[in-house]
Every structure is written in structure tokens, then in C-alpha cells.
Ligand binder design. Structure first.
Ligand SMILES: O=CCCC(=O)O
Length: 453
């Protein structure tokens, strides 16, 4: 293995920077510093921590264009989407700034004791292992509640967004966080394994693949450390016969094509009941064709390259195998290096990769359902459990299906999306634990029972 990371602009292949992996000694020092800082940081008031959030928010707003540029250069997301990602981070920070004190306040519970309550104490140093697809957002979603609860954090980011990882570390320092409160490490898989085992690290939050989730959970489990896992998804988007396509088709397309389809919560399986099938395909195709394709740094671009060529190759494999098993191309399916044309595959059935696996690119897999009942059965036929979305005018009838779907989210007439105010996470192979909202900030705390007789 090379001892360097080389980052590249996916649109042109131009080399952006080279980074050296840190030595074991440097990483040990990071861990020791994290622990040292934790001892002081945990004693500060929540108010002192939310004041830092306000500074952080101001700096993010000030440097929005600079960070959006960096995101786009490192992983090829259209600039417009990178700007939206930074704005979402600001929303998250402001949300916890306003609510953290209330979320972390002692919770009185009446018993026969003179006083009994839950105290939410921080755990210590928490490791965050984060992916490249939302290089700022995923890190902030982990770090903001974690730090505000009084923990310290160490970030192991995806190699292709190392520049973002270092920029985020710098951002926390500029906002006035103690130097080792949030640290980025540049580490190999082997070093990460050692970090998880180290006593200083108390828990791990991972957003990434199912495979990475199983590995991290196994290692952390051996050492009895808590994990929060936000893994892949294969969200169904159910179109019922009474769906108002005129109103919702733009949202439905966005649900699949956002971030060039590289989103865990994107709609991946379109399950469409017979009566509306032809109309849906026609409208879906027309809407898809309106997407402005171009260079990622062009502010008008809506869809561009995928983040790496090997990722596009994997999508190609999934599509090719599905076609061999009977799926048909309704639109697109041209690939050149990391560029994958927006694609609609029809006649997709369970057993095909386009139905069973997470397709992490701009490919919509469409399956025809006989009726509403069949549509929900197909939706539930997945190893993953992040979220389901349903488009229908009959909300009352659809409510009855909420309990039949085991996913972490159920959205009606809206794409599945994360929101700082609402819990976010999955079931089954999509992982466990919740991020965001009050649930998220209470993942990495000791819920201590206090009883005073
Ligand atoms: O890849 C996952 C998307 C995460 C999000 O939108 O919060």
C-alpha cells in the first residue's frame, strides 16, 4: 500500500493534492490529546459550547463559497449542491445551538426518592468514520451533537475528501474550540482498527457501506464499545394509482438523481402500480431530460460526474447483470469513465442486482406492481431499511401501511430526506442508532440514573 493519498478532481482527473498517512506515533499523540482535552471540555457548561456553535455557524456562512468549491473539486458534486450542503450544515448547527441545553438537561422522574433523575454525561473521545458523498454534512451531523454533549471527536474521513477533512478541523479551531476537541487523522484501515481498540476511544459512529459497518461493529463489539451505524439503503419509491404526478414528478426525479444518485437515502427502486405505469414512465423520462448536465464548477449544472471511475464501473456491472436477467433500458445507460448518463431501467424484478443491491449512481430501477398491496410487498422485500416514500392522494389509506414497513423512515408525497429536527437512521442492513434531533445527541452520552433518598 502506498503511503500517500492523492486527491483528484473527478471531472478532469487533475491532481489536487497529496497527503501522507500519519505515523502510529502521531496518531497515538492525537488520541492522548483528545483524552486530555475531554477532561476539561466535559466540565464546561452547555452554554459555553453552544456559544462556540454560533461562531462556527458564522464562519461557515462567511466561507461558504470556499468550502463549496473544495467539496466540488474533491468529489465532483455540482457547485449548487455543494452550496446547499454547507447551508444545511448551518441549519444543523443553529438547531443544536437553540436546543442542546434543553436536550441535555437533567430529566426528573418522580419516584419515592427525594429526587431521582437522568443525567446525560459525555462518554469521552468518539471516533467518526465518514464517507465522501456529503463530505461536510455527514461530518457535521456526527460532530455537532457529539461535541456539544461534551465529548471530543476524531475524524477518519474518506481518502478522496482529505482536503475537506482538514478544512473542517481548521474550521473548529478557528471558531475557538480547544485544539484537540475535533481532530482529523489521516490513517490506513489497519491504523483505524487499532484506534477502535484503543481504550481512549469510547464509541464509534460510522456512515458508510454495509461491509464497513459489519467490520467496525465486529471490532468495536469485541471491545464492548457502542457503535452508531448509518449504512447503505435501497429505498423504495412507491407510485400509487392516484399519485399526482404533475405536482410531484420533479421531487421524484430529485429523489433519485440528487448527488448523481450517490446518496444512501436516494430513491432506488421505483415501484409503480399498473394503472399509472405508462404515464409515470413518460413523465419521469421527460422530467429527467430537463436536468442540466455540465461541469461541476458551473453554478448552473445540476448533474455531473460520479465521484470516481471505479464507482461508475460498479454501477455498470449492476446494470449489465440486470439486463442479462431480463431488465430493459428505457433511457440512457451510456458510460464514459466516471460519467454515467441518467438511466431508467424497466422490468426490474427481485433477484436482479438493480432490485436487490444498492445502486449508488444515477440509475432508476422501475418495477411494475399489480396493485397497492403488491407494491408495499415489493417495497418491503429488501435487506436494507433506511426509508420508503409513497406518492398518493389517499393519505388516510397509506397511513395504514406505516406499520407494515420496517424502515427507519416513511415519507408520503415527499422524498426521504434528513432534517436536523427529525431522527435519522435505519434498520436491517442499513444499520442502527439514530442521528440528528434529540435522539442523535443522546446516542453518545451515559444516561446516568441518579437517586437521592
Ligand atoms: O448518503 C446519505 C445521505 C445523508 C443525508 O442526506 O443526510
Amino acid at each position: 500500500m502506498s503511503n500517500h493519498i492523492i486527491t483528484k478532481y473527478p471531472f478532469t482527473g487533475e491532481v489536487l493534492a497529496e497527503y501522507k498517512y500519519q505515523s502510529n506515533e502521531e496518531i497515538s499523540q492525537c488520541l492522548l490529546k483528545s483524552q486530555g482535552t475531554f477532561e476539561k471540555w466535559k466540565k464546561g457548561s452547555i452554554l459555553s459550547r453552544t456559544k462556540l456553535l454560533d461562531k462556527l455557524s458564522l464562519i461557515l456562512i462567511e466561507r461558504k463559497e470556499e468550502y463549496a468549491n473544495l467539496i466540488t473539486q474533491e468529489m465532483g458534486k455540482p457547485y449548487k449542491e455543494s452550496i446547499a450542503e454547507i447551508e444545511k450544515c448551518v441549519w444543523l448547527i443553529d438547531f443544536y445551538s437553540k436546543n442542546a441545553e434543553e436536550f441535555l438537561a437533567d430529566e426528573l422522574i418522580e419516584t419515592e426518592a427525594q429526587e431521582s433523575f437522568i443525567s446525560y454525561d459525555p462518554l469521552g473521545c468518539i471516533l467518526g468514520i465518514m464517507p465522501w458523498n456529503y463530505p461536510f454534512w455527514q461530518v457535521f451531523r456526527f460532530a455537532i451533537p457529539t461535541l456539544t454533549a461534551g465529548n471530543t471527536a476524531i475524524l477518519k474521513h474518506a481518502n478522496n475528501v482529505t482536503g475537506c477533512a482538514l478544512a473542517i478541523q481548521d474550521l473548529f479551531r478557528t471558531a475557538g474550540y480547544p485544539a484537540s476537541c475535533f481532530q482529523t487523522i489521516i490513517a490506513t484501515h489497519k491504523q483505524v482498527e487499532k484506534i477502535i481498540k484503543n481504550d481512549i476511544v469510547k464509541a464509534v459512529s460510522l456512515t458508510g457501506s454495509e461491509k464497513a459497518g459489519r467490520t467496525v461493529a465486529r471490532i468495536a463489539g469485541q471491545y464492548l464499545k457502542k457503535t452508531v451505524l448509518e449504512l447503505g439503503g435501497n429505498n423504495a419509491c412507491i407510485i400509487l394509482k392516484d399519485a399526482d404526478l404533475n405536482t410531484h414528478i420533479e421531487t421524484i426525479v430529485k429523489a433519485r438523481m440528487q448527488n448523481a444518485g450517490q446518496s444512501c437515502i436516494a430513491a432506488k427502486r421505483f415501484i409503480v402500480v399498473e394503472e399509472i405505469y405508462e404515464e409515470f414512465l413518460k413523465e419521469f423520462k421527460e422530467e429527467l431530460k430537463k436536468i442540466k448536465f455540465g461541469a461541476p464548477l458551473d453554478p448552473k449544472t445540476e448533474l455531473s460526474t460520479m465521484a470516481r471511475e471505479d464507482l461508475a464501473e460498479e454501477v455498470q456491472r449492476q446494470v449489465d447483470e440486470s439486463i442479462n436477467q431480463g431488465a430493459k433500458v428505457y433511457l440512457g445507460n451510456k458510460r464514459e469513465k466516471a460519467f454515467y448518463e441518467p438511466t431508467i431501467l424497466i422490468d426490474v424484478k427481485p433477484g436482479m442486482p438493480a432490485f436487490d443491491e444498492e445502486v449508488f449512481g444515477p440509475v432508476a430501477a422501475v418495477t411494475k406492481a399489480k396493485n397497492q398491496e403488491h407494491a408495499f410487498e415489493l417495497a418491503e422485500n429488501s435487506n436494507f431499511g433506511l426509508g420508503t416514500m409513497v406518492f398518493t392522494e389517499n393519505i388516510e389509506a397509506t397511513r395504514k401501511q406505516i406499520g407494515n414497513i420496517q424502515d427507519g423512515a416513511f415519507f408520503i408525497n415527499e422524498l426521504v430526506k434528513s432534517d436536523p429536527r427529525l431522527p435519522f437512521g435505519g434498520t436491517k442492513a442499513s444499520g442502527y442508532g439514530r442521528e440528528l434531533s434529540r435522539e442523535g445527541i443522546l446516542e453518545f452520552v451515559n444516561k446516568k440514573t441518579v437517586y437521592i433518598k
